[in-house]
Design a protein around this ligand. Structure first.
Ligand code: 0A1
Ligand code: ZN
Length: 878
């Protein structure tokens, strides 16, 4: 256990280290239970540090075998070693070397941090503080070292040996062992260090960079699975080309390797030249992966690759600056996917994720700024706020200063900070310089937590032909920030006439900003538009130009004008969502089906007739109702999840029944015999077809079940098979159980596919589900040791089954509490992540709130908790 558990680390306490490590030469002798690491560190005093200070190196569960200073064995009184620390009392004044030998047991490493075993392979995960579990080091991102790594292993056990940088030598080491030496010329913090050793297959190719250098690119996977890595390899090459084209960034080593492992705490990791991935985000074949899986693989491959510049070449000064690399890199991967696929659909999908994850986090006890000011456990800050809201902040910056100044700012940033560990202030200064703008107020997005609400009220003066729009903003208090200041909010807007024509904006309305963008930077503002020939419908926050909630007093008919005619596809989609949200909220209030609203069904019917053929992916987004969690957030307090579920169901049934004929027809039209390809166009058609099936089955369950069963059995790809199973999973009865059984049988032995099967069952909104989940935990394919299994079964139950996790009797909460406590002993990071399912407990109605609090307290009061779980339970209760 790390002894600093409970200690608060604060941004204001940052100071440089007293020593620097210019070079690190590692010799790692892999062995299952006793791996030896010989580290020769070349140190010198940091001119920015305190002179003649003791040297304190970080460790975590380490055993020191030997220590030498300048190649002379260290006298016992010269140092102090514990599993967590190595202190050299009086280091030499001149540059010196430390030679440290440690021994670790990768097989016993169930935390999956540091060096561990996944299947039969050895791999590492060092971000954020895992390198200290390999050797003693200055384990922080502002210490940049050039690494040379020799890896030695049994040739039989680990014929493939990979490290950071370029391969420089390999050979026989005697006694059935062999070695490889890797050298990474780019100074990097140790969190980017990685090695892999194992019996792995690969797919490889060559990428020629824009300056003509040849790079060997390869994806390594478990033996026999190379075929399933070809899509990832292709996505990698497309990412490399895109970063050259769009940001002018070229790759810098001779090789780029990706390795897929089955035991991984997160999605993937951007280690220099050696990305390590959760195999869920690499392996794909039409039979086993859905279109969504392919899109995720493409996005995550791109994300990790883009880190080579935003994260690796320029890293973070400290972990408070995490969003400097993560927010920016998410923005970059979102733009990549938007360019590779449909921009509008990608934006809608990203905003759905932002609202589901980040808005939820931002309105509860775990809310924190994009750049937090303090933490107890940094692993708990790889959050939707740092990643997703961090990306929104970059997007707003681009909206505010325009594409050209944004690109100039990026160029300046790369130029000025290459090879350094930077801060948000340094980053923003590049854009202030490139645009000539003062970004002082804008920078508050990094400091102030909470989701602002923007309220808009419009008034049209028919006589004067003017339209006045009154805007106000307010941000609710968040933990540690009771008072909020107005944010600087870019509001992309337009005015739409009743017949759909865009009304020209009088230039004065948005003067001083980018065209069509009004910047709300105070508590309120009034915009006056002149020469407005008719009563307009305002289209605000186009493209979701800021991460805020928008309240606007539009009538249903006005929303439908936007749905039909808005030139901004995001707001077209948004207005349909708003209409549906209102219908569901009315049903929650009434407890009965809302008065059937013909207008909405008519509008959808018209929309499908006009747009389904030309833009099926977009149409699928329109047909997908707001989720139960969306509705719960909209209600905001005293939420009864059962009432939300019933109301949403009622509306879905009503729409499904009203449109049954059209949905069936469209479903039929979209049923092609073309062979499966995971491209955006095909994915769009499948998404729409499956959205039709889902709505149709809600309206006409008996017919829907038959159709779904036929699709389930006849599908030639996982997208269609799994979508049909999803529809069946919501229809209680024997067909569902039969289909679930057939699916399990067909994919026996394929862990990643069975994860989908676990997840689907965990999300069934019925009281028997908790028992089903408990039963599935005893399934031979389930294991508490594998993060993907845990997330699929238990994570889906807790995070994506609103009614059953929030059972009124509290059994869902108790189950999660028990599971988190049990898992904590094995893998604190994954346990802490699971516990964030309680992040919205305060908005529940009082009886459930009391049950949730009881379960959270039980976790918090458990002796011997990891810092990870102690931090989340403590903050959740505060
Ligand atoms: N930097 C990675 C995310 C990551 C963070 C921590 C990890 O520890 C287990 C692993 C991965 C990314 O943004 O993809
Ligand atoms: Zn990242």
């Amino acid at each position: 256990m790390r002894d600093e558990s409970g200690a608060v680390i604060r941004l204001e306490d940052y100071r440089p280290t007293d020593y620097l490590i210019d070079r690190a030469e590692l010799d790692i002798r892999l062995a299952r239970h006793a791996t030896r690491i010989l580290a020769k560190l070349h140190l010198r005093a940091n001119p920015a540090g305190r002179p003649a200070a003791p040297l304190v190196l970080d460790g975590d569960e380490l055993r020191l075998v030997s220590l030498a200073i300048d190649d002379v064995p260290a006298a016992p009184e010269a140092f102090e070693a514990s599993p967590e620390r190595l202190v050299i009392h009086a280091p030499p004044a001149q540059p010196f070397t430390l030679t440290i030998e440690t021994e670790i047991n990768p097989t016993a490493n169930t935390k999956l941090m540091g060096l561990y075993r996944s299947g039969s392979a050895y791999c590492t995960q060092c971000e954020a503080e895992g390198f200290r579990r390999i050797t003693y080091f200055l384990d922080r991102p502002d210490v940049l070292s050039v690494f040379t790594t020799r890896i030695e292993a049994d040739r039989d056990e680990a014929p493939v040996l990979l490290g950071n940088g370029n391969p420089v030598a390999a050979g026989d080491a005697g006694g059935g062992r062999h070695f490889a030496i890797w050298h990474d010329p780019f100074p990097k913090p140790c969190y980017l260090f990685a090695i892999v050793g194992g019996r792995l297959d690969k797919v490889a190719d060559r990428f020629t960079t824009m300056s003509g250098r040849a790079v060997e690119v390869a994806v390594y996977v478990e033996p026999g699975k190379a075929e399933d890595a070809t899509y990832a390899l292709d996505a990698l090459k497309r990412s490399m080309a895109w970063d050259e084209r769009v940001f002018g960034r070229e790759y810098d080593l001779d090789v780029f390797n990706v390795v897929a492992v089955s035991d991984f705490n997160m999605g993937a990791m951007e280690n220099k030249g050696l990305n390590i991935f959760n195999d869920k985000y690499v392996l794909a074949s039409p039979e086993t992966a859905t279109d969504a899986d392919y899109a995720n693989i493409e996005a995550i491959i791109a994300h990790e690759y883009f880190h080579n510049w935003t994260g690796n070449r320029i890293t973070c000064r400290d972990w408070f600056q995490l969003c400097l690399k993560e927010g920016l890199t998410v923005f970059r991967d979102q733009e990549f996917s938007a360019d590779e696929r449909s921009r509008a659909v990608k934006r809608i999908a990203d905003v759905r994720v932002l609202r589901a994850q980040q808005f939820a986090e931002d309105s509860g006890p775990l809310a924190h700024p994009v750049r937090p000011r303090q933490y107890r456990e940094i692993n708990n800050f790889y959050t939707a706020t740092v990643y997703e809201k961090g990306a929104e902040v970059i997007r707003m910056l681009k909206t505010l200063i325009g594409d050209d100044a944004f690109r100039r700012g990026m160029d300046l940033y790369f130029d000025r900070y290459d090879g350094t560990a930077a801060t948000i202030e340094e980053f923003l200064a590049c854009f202030a310089e490139a645009s000539g703008r003062d970004l002082g107020h804008f920078a508050q997005w990094y400091e102030q937590a909470g989701t602002p609400t923007v309220n808009a009220r419009g008034h049209y003066d028919a006589e004067a032909k003017t339209y006045r729009l009154a805007l106000t903003q307010a941000t609710p208090p968040t933990p540690g920030q009771p008072e909020k200041s107005p944010q600087l909010i870019p509001i992309s807007l337009g005015l739409v006439g009743q017949s759909g024509a865009e009304i020209a904006l009088s230039p004065a309305a948005t003067a001083g900003h980018m065209p069509g963008v009004f910047v709300l930077d105070g508590p309120s503002a009034t915009l006056t538009f002149t020469h407005v020939p008719e009563r307009p419908v305002p289209s605000l926050l186009r493209g979701f130009s800021a991460p805020v909630r928008l309240e606007i007093d539009l009538e249903e008919d006005d929303l439908l004008v936007l749905f039909r005619h808005d030139s901004d596809p995001f707001n077209q989609w948004q207005s349909a969502q708003t209409v549906a949200t209102r219908a569901i909220l009315r049903a929650v209030g009434a407890g009965t089906p809302p008065v059937p609203d013909r207008r909405m069904a008519d509008a959808l019917r018209h929309f499908l007739a006009m747009r389904a053929g030309s833009d099926p992916a977009f149409a699928a987004q329109v047909l997908a109702l707001p989720t139960e969690a969306d509705i719960a957030r909209e209600i905001g307090h005293d939420v009864d999840p059962d009432a939300v579920h019933r109301a949403r169901r009622l509306v879905k049934v009503e729409i499904g029944a009203a449109l049954a004929a059209e949905l069936a027809e469209l479903y039929g039209k979209l049923s092609t015999q073309e062979p499966y390809a995971p491209d955006a166009a095909g994915a769009g058609r499948r998404a729409l077809r499956n959205a039709c099936l889902d709505l149709f089955a809600a309206g006409l369950p008996a017919e829907g079940e038959e159709l779904a069963m036929r699709q389930f059995r006849g599908a030639d790809n996982m997208t269609d098979r799994f979508a049909a199973l999803g529809v069946l999973s919501h229809l209680p009865g024997t067909a569902r159980e039969t289909a679930l059984g057939e699916f399990a049988e067909r994919f026996r032995g394929n862990a990643l596919v069975l994860d989908k099967w676990f997840s689907l069952q965990a999300m069934i909104p019925e009281p028997e589900t908790l028992e089903r989940v408990r039963g599935l935990m005893r399934h031979p394919a389930f294991s508490m040791g594998n993060p993907n299994r845990v997330r699929s079964l238990i994570g889906s139950f807790a995070m994506a089954n609103l009614t059953q996790f929030n059972r009124p009797d509290g059994a869902g909460y108790d189950f999660l509490a028990d599971t988190v406590i049990a898992l904590d002993a094995r893998n604190p990071q994954v346990a802490a992540r699971l516990l964030t399912a309680f992040r919205t407990w305060k908005m529940l109605e009082p009886a459930r709130r009391a049950e949730a609090e009881k379960a959270l307290r039980r976790v918090a009061d458990t002796p011997g908790l990891s810092p990870d779980v102690a931090d989340i339970s403590g903050r959740s209760l505060s």
